[in-house]
Write a protein that binds this ligand. Sequence first.
Ligand code: CU
Length: 152
Amino acid sequence: MKRFYLAMMLCLMAGQSHAGEVTVNSAWARATAPGQDSAAVSMQITSRKDANIVAVSSPASASAEIHSMVHENGMMKMRALDTLPLKAKQEVALGSDGNHLMLIGLKKPLNAGERVALTVTVQFADKHKEKIEVNAEVKPLTESHDHSHMHH
Ligand SMILES: [Cu+2]
């Protein structure tokens, strides 16, 4: 019986300490061009503990995947990753380091000024999962691809 109480307390404590382990910053996507049915989403993710992103989803698209860019025979190819590791307290910049989050099968075009809702599921070493709700800002398509001139 004692053991039962202890287990229950551990669960409660674990639940508390896991709340908000993961922070997502500056999530955004570019507005889609006509006919485009997938879109990359950029964001910065930091976990306070070692974890893995195990799933992504969005009501805006049929599916969502984490992609990594790989060079193959001089060509850039995208490969879907099942999981993406998050090292404790190390920021992972999806969208600028070759890995990105991709919405596939968009239900409608993304227009500048709108927001795209996403759910990122992260799993910690102890198998506990945390779902992070993200609202990515849709930026105009015309915004420069060139990172060398940033205005802010
Ligand atoms: Cu991709």
